[in-house]
Design a protein around this ligand. Structure first.
Ligand code: NAI
Length: 328
């Protein structure tokens, strides 16, 4: 079975190439282009395609893939809010993903962002490089004995909760399904979490219910001087309201690995016009905000797990077996 990969980066190719010999029934074709309704129509002689979190796997793309004879969509990521599962089912296309390939990779990046904005590492780095050893304006706050609020205590949220616990923080959580493995976490209502937390880290998926979970109403309930971290999905935060909250000095710092405009590929397009007017660019203008480019998953261990599970998924599909990672 031939698999056409979309949005392939060199690190993807490297990690898939390392193990592809172990899957003699699979032929991998790497395309750098991103998946869209247009590029889907270029697929040829591939029963499967492999897409990523940034890909457009909406209705039109899926219909175009069906016309090209595609039977399997392999998401090489955990999140799937960009996939129209109903359309896939209607078109007879199986969708599979890689759930929880390395929750620690994402959680460690979340803590890295929290620490960096709190201890102003981004400012200190630039200052010292310019031979300025002044400490003025670099005062942070201890996380030790402070309260960490984890919204969504699944695989990544649990890993973040363990890290915060290890820092000596009091850990509180909000989730409709409390994680039985986290006996040190106190589950509270969302309002209580917002009001008590010194660090809030978002780890729930993007759904209709969680869209703009962080908005002016919820920001108004937060403690003054809170650190907010989002490594989950940009749509959880209403950017305009976040900007207003930053301007009102609610936040000690904000660390974002994901942001609403990601799907428009603002930075990859490098169109100055888009950049100038983008809310992401406005966020970047605040000294207490750090933005990274959806890199929380990017560790050797995670890439290895992603390539292994993706090819195992393809093989299971080919052999007519269930892998447990099917989404429809
Ligand atoms: P998971 O499915 O293990 O955990 C999600 C948790 O959120 C579950 O416990 C669920 O009950 C909870 N939840 C659902 N709706 C909620 C709501 N309305 N309020 C509070 N909690 C709610 O998922 P996992 O693996 O922990 O991933 C979480 C998210 O992290 C993914 O959905 C994805 O968006 C994001 N992610 C980001 C990556 C990055 O590189 N930045 C990489 C991988 C995932």
């Amino acid at each position: 079975m031939r698999i056409t990969f979309f949005a392939t980066k060199s690190y993807d190719k490297d990690s898939f190439d390392q193990i592809k010999e172990e899957y003699p029934d699979l032929e991998l074709e790497y395309w750098e282009t991103e998946l869209s309704p247009k590029t889907a129509s270029y697929v040829k002689d591939s029963e499967a395609i492999c897409a990523f979190v940034s890909s457009d796997v909406g209705t039109k793309t899926i219909e175009a893939l069906k016309d090209r004879g595609v039977k399997l969509i392999l998401m090489r990521c955990a999140g799937f809010n960009n996939v129209d599962l109903e359309a896939a089912t209607r078109c007879g296309i199986q969708v599979m993903r890689v759930p929880g390939y390395s929750p620690e990779a994402v959680a460690e990046h979340a803590m890295a962002l929290a620490l960096a904005v709190n201890r102003k590492i981004h400012k200190a780095y630039i200052r010292v490089r310019e031979n300025n050893f002044s400490l003025q304006g670099l005062t942070g706050a201890n996380f030790y004995e402070k309260t960490a609020g984890i919204i969504g205590t699944g695989k990544i949220g649990a890993a973040m909760a363990r890290i915060c616990h290890g820092f000596g923080m009091k850990v509180i959580g909000y989730d409709q399904y409390p994680n039985p493995g986290l006996d040190f976490v106190e589950y509270v209502t969302l309002d209580e979490l917002l009001g008590r937390s010194d660090l809030i880290s978002l780890h729930c998926p993007l759904t209709e219910e969680t869209h703009h979970l962080i908005c002016s109403d919820t920001i108004a309930k937060m403690k003054q001087g809170v650190v907010l971290v989002n490594t989950s999905r940009g749509g959880l935060v209403k950017t305009e309201d976040l900007i207003a909250g930053i301007r009102e000095h609610i936040f000690l710092g904000v660390g974002l690995d994901v942001y609403e405009e990601e799907t428009q590929n603002v930075y990859e397009n490098r169109e100055d016009d888009i950049l100038m007017h983008s809310t992401t660019a406005r966020l970047l203008s605040f000294p207490n905000v750090i933005v990274t480019s959806h890199q929380a998953f990017l560790t050797e261990e995670a890439l290895h797990a992603i390539s292994r599970v993706t090819l195992d998924n393809a093989k299971a599909f080919l052999d007519g077996k269930k892998s447990g990672t099917e989404l429809n």
